[in-house]
Design a protein around this ligand. Structure first.
Ligand code: GP9
Ligand code: MN
Length: 692
């Protein structure tokens, strides 16, 4: 071992000496001047773009995107060595122009949209105009032209080179050797970059929607490359299997056509009323009607629930697209897609969605969310769902003082939104609007901004001598679940202010408010266990031997992921508790019946029709009914009623769930709600055939 180490050391010293003696570095620099200038120009431009668009300390100090850029431009540039003389320069010039264009376009785009450009936008003709406008409007700004200067330097440098350097002629073997060495160097840099990535960075890169994050970690070139792949991939998967998908789709819906001929006590009760939908971020039922030392976590929601119609067993059905998946399912009664997310990969499909149907009924439709419009690709997808206008961060006043967590605080968001709704109500006879909240978002760590709310446990304990004393045990203080309740308490107060402001503006009189929790808050199971089995004396979880200890198992956890669904009107037109098991995909048919529209392709049902026979399918194939929760991965279940259930019940529901997920996925991927989808597919196939 020692011998080996000494050998290695000798070898290293020898190599360094060789590099020194033979002046390898200086001769490399001398012989590859143009290539090096190309590298510097491209990496510099990408770095400048990050600094100009997102001037944060993290960005100034971050080496990661520089390494990523270096890997990309080195690998691409390495092919230049396969060309002879001037062609080598042309090759490098073409790429330097492409890289510069990427920086310039993104710089202009960022000024307009505070995000980075996506080629997928180009497939939507309506956006070409907008992007075009953005570029034209910004093209005159000096900061967007800065990237052209290094490019000019590259051209200038080439012309300054002595003739022998310009057209350096290498033999074929030298060229191949140079190409090999360079591409290997690029690959090594890429490898070092990849192993430095965290799992969060990888998963965000795969999802591709958090564009600022990706550019900050991966540089603009990798972002744009990934963007091209993410945009093409859904088009490719939609090219194969159209006929089978269409057949399966038609068969599935064949038997459902007559379902619309029904009416119940809720039919058309809200026809003509304005509708305000509140997407309550990460709001979970566990926070409702919960108190800490007598103080309610959600006093406002608790009151609204008593005044309105509340669904006590309501589940969201999200996959990796979380918020956006819920928006999809709420609006279309379809399930999230099996690959990627509908909002990002399939935003250009045709959807039969609540906003479009309300528009057909003469409503003005809008959505409001004070976050970046490209988050979850809402800018594009909200148009596809039929919202006339999306009021995003660009339209809100956001300053440092009113930011909590991810962005504009809910209180400020609601206050500014009420002003906008007032204006809308003056300009439009009827409106349907969605308000997406933001503050109650993981990691719930901005606790000093939520306002005072203690998640402690005040209790009386008995001393050893038999006397008693009052203590305030820390309980959930310092846990993620505890912080969550503090955050929910804030979100609830914001909701209270919203209802009050809306009422004062007279905007609740003829309005239906529909509020849903978009998904659970992904809190650790151990925190729930602590909450349910807390011993204030030891300030820890009770021992399992304690007779009051109640194991909190994975089924309890799954069932506690329930979210609120509330339908509320000021005049109390609907009231009470509905206990049937219900999913996000049942909302469209249920409110459709109330508002007077019907979607024959809804996968869910009007809950007042299916009642106790309803089934909620989750994107992973799990399902829940009034009778049981079934985990399809493990093949395990939990009975929810004192009723014996046979195998047939499980296999039938499994079959139902699988079919539903399959049809939903195919309907989106193959654009089956588009009356022209068939022609679209055959056109794609024709072009493909022509090209081959
Ligand atoms: C972002 C917000 C959060 O704008 O809606 O999305 P999520 O992380 O919950 O999917
Ligand atoms: Mn969410």
């Amino acid at each position: 071992m020692k011998k080996k180490l000494i050998k290695l050391k000798d070898k290293l010293i020898k190599t360094i000496k060789r590099i020194k003696d033979e002046k390898i570095i200086s001769s490399y620099l001398k012989n590859n001047r143009l290539f090096i200038v190309y590298i510097v120009v491209c990496v510099l431009n990408s770095t400048l773009l990050r600094i100009f668009t997102m001037p944060t300390m993290e960005n100034y100090l971050s080496f990661k995107p520089i390494i990523a850029d270096l890997a990309v431009v080195t690998i691409i540039g390495s092919f230049s060595y396969l060309f002879k003389g001037k062609k080598r320069y042309i090759y490098l010039l073409v790429w330097a122009v492409i890289f510069t264009a990427i920086c310039t376009i993104n710089s202009a785009y960022y000024t307009f949209y505070t995000s980075f450009a996506s080629v997928s936008m180009l497939s939507l003709t309506q956006y070409i105009g907008e992007v075009g406008d953005a570029v034209v409007e910004n093209v005159l700004q000096i900061k967007d032209l800065v990237y052209i200067l290094p490019l000019i330097f590259f051209i200038y440098y080439y012309h300054r080179l002595a003739k022998k350097d310009k057209y350096k002629i290498y033999s074929k073997t030298t060229r191949i050797k140079k190409f090999k060495n360079t591409i290997i160097t690029g690959a090594v840099i890429l490898f070092l970059f990849i192993i430095s990535l965290s799992s969060l960075e990888i998963s965000r890169f795969v999802k591709q929607w958090n564009r600022e994050y990706i550019v900050m970690r991966f540089g603009i070139y990798m972002y744009q490359g990934n963007d091209i792949i993410a945009s093409i991939q859904p088009k490719i998967s939609a090219m194969f299997g159209y006929d089978d998908a269409k057949k399966e789709f038609n068969e599935y819906y064949k038997d459902r056509k007559d379902e619309q001929d029904y009416s119940n006590e809720y039919t058309n009760i809200f026809e003509g009323r304005n509708v305000i939908v509140i997407h309550a971020e990460s709001m979970q039922d566990i926070a409702l009607n919960r108190t800490f030392n007598g103080e309610e976590v959600t006093p406002n929601l608790n009151r609204l629930i008593e005044e309105g119609l509340f669904f006590t067993n309501f589940y969201s059905q999200v996959s990796v697209g979380t918020s956006s998946d819920t928006e999809l399912t709420f609006n279309t009664s379809l399930m999230p897609t099996q690959n990627g997310t509908a909002f990002v990969s399939y935003f250009d499909r045709t959807y039969i969605a609540t906003p479009s149907l309300m528009k057909e009924k003469g409503y003005y439709t809008f959505s409001m969310h004070a976050n970046n419009a490209d988050f979850w690709n809402r800018r594009a997808m909200h148009g596809s769902l039929g919202y006339d206008k999306f009021y995003s961060k660009e339209i809100y006043d956001v300053d440092k003082e009113n930011v909590i967590g991810l962005g504009l605080s809910d209180k400020e968001f609601f206050a500014q939104s009420v002003e906008k709704i007032k204006k809308i109500s003056e300009e439009h006879e009827k409106y349907y609007g969605l308000l997406i909240t933001l503050t109650n978002h993981t990691p719930f760590s901005d606790t000093d901004k939520y306002g005072e709310f203690a998640v402690t446990m005040k209790t009386t304990v008995t001393n050893e001598d038999g006397t008693t004393k009052e203590i305030e045990a820390p309980y959930l203080e310092g846990t993620k679940l505890g912080n969550y309740f503090k955050s929910v308490h804030y979100a609830d107060a914001a909701l209270g202010e919203f209802f009050q402001a809306m009422d004062e503006a007279g905007l609740l009189d003829n309005t239906v408010v529909i509020l849903y929790g978009d998904h659970d808050a992904r809190l650790p199971r151990s925190d729930y266990n602590l909450m349910n089995n807390y011993d204030p004396v030891t300030d820890s979880v009770k021992s399992k031997d304690d007779e009051t200890y109640e194991e909190y198992d994975s089924f309890d956890y799954e069932l506690d992921r329930k979210v609120p669904l509330l339908i509320w009107t000021k005049d109390g037109k609907v009231k009470g508790k509905v206990d049937y098991t219900m999913g996000m995909y049942d909302v469209m048919p249920t409110i459709g019946n109330m508002l007077g529209f019907y979607n024959e392709y809804a996968l869910g049902h009007d809950i007042f029709e299916t009642k106790e026979n309803n089934i909620v399918v989750f994107p992973n194939g799990n399902w829940i009914t009034d009778k049981m929760y079934y985990n399809s991965q493990k093949g395990e279940y939990k009975l929810l009623k004192d009723e014996i259930i046979d195998e047939d019940y499980i296999s039938k529901n499994n079959e139902y769930a699988e079919k539903l997920l399959d049809v939903s996925n195919k309907a989106i991927v193959f654009d089956l709600f588009n009356p022209n989808s068939e022609e679209k597919v055959s056109e794609v196939n024709k072009t493909e055939a022509g090209e081959n």
